[in-house]
Write a protein that binds this ligand. Structure first.
Ligand code: OGA
Ligand code: MN
Length: 304
C-alpha cells in the first residue's frame, strides 16, 4: 500500500506541515517511514486537527522508539502528578485541573521551559523526538519557538567550528533553573539532577548534517574556567537563536508538533496563566550517549 501522507515545507523550509494522516489510528509502516523522512529533513513537523487521547498519543509515539520516563524532569512529585509517567505535563495545571498559583514552586520550576533548550539534555542518554499535543490552549500567546541548530552550525565561521568541535559540556536542571534564580533543591532533587556530559556538536545519523548541541542546562565546559564557559555558551546561544534560524508555532487546539531534539532547540512563550493551557508531551528515548560520562554515575533518572 502506498501512503498518502504529504508534507509541505513551511517557515522557509525549516518546519513541515503534515497532511493526510490520522493519529487516532495505527499507522502503516509506509506512513511511519514518510514521517521519519520528514523529520530527518525538517526536524519540526506540525500535524493539525488531531484530537487524540493519551493512549493514542502513546501509541503514535511508540512508532518512533521507546517512550522516555518523565521522572526527573520537574519538581512535581507523586500525588501532585496529573498525568501518566509516560507523559510530560507542559500545562499550567495542578492534579485537580486548576491553574497553579503564581507563587507555586512547581510553576517557578516549569518556567524554565521558557529558556532555549533541547529536551532531556540533562539525561546521560538524551531524547530524540518530542511530541507535544495541544489539548486546550489559551486565547492568545503561548507560542512555541524552534531554532534550527543545523543552520546555526552551517553559519559558524571555521575558527569557531574548530573550537567547538571537541568541546564537552555538563548539563543539569540545576544550572538552567539557576539562571532564573531558582536555587533551592531538596537532597533527592539534587541527586536526580546530577550533571551529565554532552558533546557540543552532533552529527545526524541519516542526513550527516552537523548541529550545535546547545541547551539551557549546559552550565560548564569540561576543562574551561566557569565564567569563561558560561560566556562562551551565552554567546553561542545568542548566535544560534537569531530570528533567521527560528520558526514560531502558533498553537491551535488539537495540533500535535513533533521535533528532533538532536537538531533543534525550542522555548515556550508567555500567556495569561489564568487561562488553562493543557499540553502533553511524549518523548522518545535516545539510544546512546553523546559523550563519555568521565567515570561519573549515569544521570539517567529512574522512578522510585
Ligand atoms: C516541551 C516544551 C514548550 C511549550 O514540550 O518540551 O518545552 O511551549 N514546550 O510548552
Ligand atoms: Mn522542552
Amino acid at each position: 500500500m502506498t501512503t498518502s501522507v504529504s508534507i509541505h515545507p513551511v517557515d522557509h523550509g525549516f518546519a513541515g506541515e503534515v497532511s493526510n494522516v490520522d493519529l487516532t489510528q495505527p499507522l502503516t509502516p509506509e506512513e511511519v517511514a514518510a514521517i521519519e523522512a520528514g523529520m530527518d529533513r525538517h526536524a519540526v513537523l506540525v500535524f493539525r486537527d488531531q484530537n487524540i487521547t493519551d493512549e493514542q498519543q502513546i501509541s503514535f509515539s511508540l512508532h518512533f522508539g521507546e517512550i522516555e520516563d518523565s521522572a526527573g524532569g520537574n519538581v512535581t512529585r507523586g500525588s501532585q502528578e496529573r498525568l501518566d509517567y509516560r507523559l510530560n505535563d507542559l500545562s499550567n495545571l495542578d492534579a485537580d485541573h486548576n491553574p497553579l498559583a503564581r507563587d507555586d514552586r512547581r510553576r517557578h520550576f516549569n518556567l524554565g521551559n521558557h529558556l532555549w533548550h533541547s529536551d532531556s539534555s540533562y539525561r546521560a542518554i538524551p531524547a530524540t523526538y518530542s511530541l507535544l499535543s495541544a489539548r486546550l490552549i489559551p486565547a492568545e500567546g503561548s507560542n512555541t519557538e524552534f531554532a534550527d541548530m543545523r543552520a546555526a552550525w552551517d553559519a559558524l565561521d571555521n575558527a569557531t567550528r574548530t573550537e567547538v568541535e571537541e568541546l564537552i559540556c555538563e548539563h543539569s536542571l540545576i544550572y538552567s533553573r539557576g539562571l532564573l534564580g531558582f536555587s533551592e533543591f531538596t537532597d533527592d532533587e539534587l541527586a536526580l539532577m546530577k550533571p551529565v556530559r554532552q558533546s557540543l556538536v552532533r552529527t545526524h545519523p541519516v542526513s550527516g548534517r552537523r548541529s550545535l548541541y546547545l541547551s539551557s542546562p549546559a552550565g560548564t565546559i569540561v576543562g574551561r574556567p566557569l565564567a569563561e564557559a558560561r560566556l562562551f555558551l551565552m554567546d553561542l546561544t545568542e548566535f544560534a537563536t537569531q530570528r533567521r534560524f527560528v520558526c514560531v508555532h502558533q498553537w491551535r487546539q488539537h495540533d500535535l508538533v513533533m521535533w528532533d531534539n538532536r537538531q533543534t532547540m525550542h522555548r515556550a512563550r508567555p500567556y495569561d496563566e489564568i487561562q488553562v493551557r493543557d499540553m502533553r508531551r511524549t518523548t522518545i528515548a535516545g539510544e546512546a550517549q553523546t559523550a563519555d560520562q568521565g567515570g561519573k554515575l549515569e544521570g539517567t533518572a529512574k522512578r522510585g
